[in-house]
Design a protein around this ligand. Structure first.
Ligand code: KG4
Ligand code: ZN
Length: 377
């Protein structure tokens, strides 16, 4: 099998990332420039600002990734870039830069689906750890700010073949974390802060109904309907109701103003501005989301006879989610794999790793391809 160093570039959302991965299994460098500070005042990603930040960061981020890998523009064998899904303007920055680089260097250019990238983050790290033989079919839960998707993956001659068997009908799980954090005046992004604060609250204090989807989506073609769908907009509304019923708005306003004045709030800052009721609420919200993700995913795994489970994407960094999947997976004798936390959230190492089977297959991008904001896997 031919060896290859692939330079990966990822600009689909709010991280400008570049990395070099050797033959899909050795991480040589992984540089991620986060835009959190830019978007924080708005409580979410502002697409136009994201594009501008990518333009500012892309050249130094790629240079740093090459330098840390001990590689150069000339020494890499191929360039890989995220084609979608993501913000069209943000994707275009990475794609334009990758196209120019590939053209100038006369190197092959490979396009990667961001979701396949998240799945390959798991594979990359397991291969790097040593002898890893995947048992198929693999069920992959990609759970991030934009997606809550279940894929059943099988091995094909070149690469993997995916079947989407479940997805969110409305908000993604990460989006629910971000919206609930915003609603409670906890800042952006919501996942990490809720993950941390939930440890200080009672997860059984507030009872939220689990989201049950009994009916097919109205207006959705039968072919597009999937059996294991999720829904997270209901819990966001339930949190809002609770806030209104319990008269928490004034305290939230005070917290929002206090935290806005702190550049990088620490756990102590957050705790100083959260009463027990708020901590109990975030812990209960998290328990409900985690239980829903775990129970639906394990039902799918059972019914599809999955031999291996991958859990990946930004929300896979969540400590309660990891623990629950580990515990429940062990009970069912199902091996569960996650990426390390730094490869759970967006990065370019996963893009470079996912590009390797395409490199071997000679599956290179045509010159005229463009960004695909809703690219399906
Ligand atoms: O995969 P990712 O970096 O970007 C997308 O492709 O969307 O995921 C970002 C999402 C955000 O919604 C963020 O709040 C969430 O992942 N997230 C977490 C944690 N860390 C990041 N959610 C729960 N717990 C965490 N520790
Ligand atoms: Zn992502």
């Amino acid at each position: 099998m031919s060896e290859a160093s692939i330079l990966g570039i990822e600009t689909s959302c709010d991280e400008t990332a570049a990395a070099v991965v050797r033959s899909g299994e050795r991480l040589l460098s992984n540089v991620v420039s986060s835009q959190i500070a830019t978007h924080q005042p708005y409580g979410g990603v502002v697409p136009e600002l994201a594009s501008r930040e990518h333009i500012r960061a892309i050249v130094p981020v790629v240079r740093q990734a090459l330098a840390e890998a001990g590689e150069s523009y000339d020494s890499v064998d191929a360039i890989a870039v995220t084609q979608g899904p993501g913000l069209a303007g943000a994707l275009l920055v990475g794609i334009s830069y990758a196209k120019a680089l590939a053209y100038a260097l006369n190197k092959p250019l490979i396009t990667v689906n961001h979701l396949e990238g998240h799945i390959h983050a798991v594979l990359l790290e397991e291969k790097q750890r040593g002898d890893f033989h995947v048992q198929f079919p693999v069920l992959a839960l990609v759970v991030s700010g934009g997606h809550t998707h279940l894929f059943l993956a099988r091995e094909q001659e070149q690469g993997w073949q995916y079947k989407n068997i479940g997805r969110t009908r409305d908000d993604a799980a990460g989006e629910a974390y971000d919206k609930v954090a915003k609603l409670l005046g906890l800042g952006y992004p919501g996942g990490p802060v809720i993950d941390t604060l939930a440890k200080h609250g009672n997860p059984r204090a507030v009872k939220f109904g689990l989201t049950q989807i009994k009916h097919p989506n109205r207006g959705t073609a039968k072919a597009e309907q999937t059996a294991y769908d999720f829904s997270f907009s209901g819990i966001k509304t339930a949190v809002l109701r609770y806030v209104q019923l319990e008269d928490m708005s004034a305290a939230i306003k005070r917290r929002r103003e206090a935290l806005a004045g702190i550049a990088k709030p620490t756990l102590q800052d957050w705790l100083a501005h959260c009463d027990q009721k708020t901590l109990d609420l975030v812990a209960s919200f998290q328990r409900t989301v985690v239980e829903d993700l775990v129970s639906k995913t394990l039902t799918a795994a059972r019914e599809c006879d999955a031999r291996t489970l991958f859990v990946t994407g930004g929300v896979a960094a969540n400590s309660a989610l990891r623990q629950a999947f580990e515990d429940e997976g062990a009970k069912e004798g199902l091996p569960v794999y996650f990426p390390s936390r730094r490869l759970s959230t967006d990065n370019a190492a996963m893009i470079a790793a996912a590009a390797y089977p395409k490199f071997l297959a000679g599956d290179f991008a045509p010159a005229e391809f463009s960004a695909e904001a809703s690219l399906a896997l």
